[in-house]
Design a protein around this ligand. Structure first.
Ligand SMILES: O=C(O)COP(=O)(O)O
Ligand SMILES: [Mg+2]
Length: 226
């Protein structure tokens, strides 16, 4: 795992934290189904997979606000409208997990890291209640010692709080850790926590190449880290 050593001063990291949506799993088809069902209930036109792919990454509440706004800017959407739609979205999404898939290379990397006794965590903006069941469903149950969702702490990425919390629990420093994500909030959270950051090029970054966010390294598959 030479590429990992290069990122962590010649040593294998002791802790690797992963983003979920767009990094470990392709969850957008199911998220789009749930968004479109929610919009249909409100008598609105569907958003479709391509739009939803641009809107994912800042948690369920912001996704719902973007769907209500019909675009990435959602400042004009009222809180009252958001809460009603969000409750419906969360209910609908709870039953929409048919299309989720694991990206290539994920299983291989996690297996190699756990064999090397590297601690693993998931730090996602997705509501926490969905995370463990989804990991189980795609065959990743059991790899992660810590799971932090978008509603586990008061802050979510790009705030570094979740990364700092996991490093504290694991008893490792920022330079013994690594973050792997797909979007701007991941790169910003890692940078604010002082943690080296690998970004995957295949994920969701609001329609922009993730290289523009200047992570320490960009890979096309997690297998490149082996
Ligand atoms: O729920 C989201 O918006 C995205 O979650 P992520 O942090 O795992 O990419
Ligand atoms: Mg992501």
């Amino acid at each position: 795992m030479k590429p990992l050593r290069e990122l962590c001063a010649g040593e294998l990291p002791r802790l690797v934290m992963f983003d979920l949506d767009g990094t470990l799993v392709d969850s957008v088809p199911d998220l789009a189904t749930a968004v479109d069902r929610m919009l249909a209930e409100l008598g609105r036109e569907p958003a479709g997979v391509e739009q939803v792919r641009r809107w994912v990454g800042n948690g369920a509440r912001v996704l719902v606000r973007r769907a209500l706004a019909g675009g990435i800017e959602h400042g004009a959407v009222s809180d009252a409208e958001t809460e009603v739609a969000l409750a419906r979205f969360l209910d609908i999404y709870a039953d929409c997990h048919e299309l989720i898939t694991l990206y290539p290379g994920v299983h291989e990397l996690l297996e190699a890291l756990s064999t090397a006794a590297v601690e693993l965590a998931v730090v996602t903006n997705k509501p926490e209640r969905f995370v463990a069941p989804l990991l189980e469903q795609v065959g990743l149950g059991g790899y992660f010692r810590w799971i932090i969702g978008g509603d586990t702490l008061p802050q979510q990425k790009p705030d570094p709080a979740a990364l700092l919390q996991v490093m504290h629990l694991a008893g490792v420093s920022n330079l013994q850790s690594l973050f792997v994500g797909d979007s701007r909030s991941d790169v910003l959270a890692a940078r604010a926590a002082g943690v080296p950051c690998v970004a995957v090029s295949y994920g969701y970054n609001h329609g922009r190449p993730v290289a523009e966010e200047e992570p320490d390294r960009v890979v096309d598959s997690l297998a490149e880290l082996l």
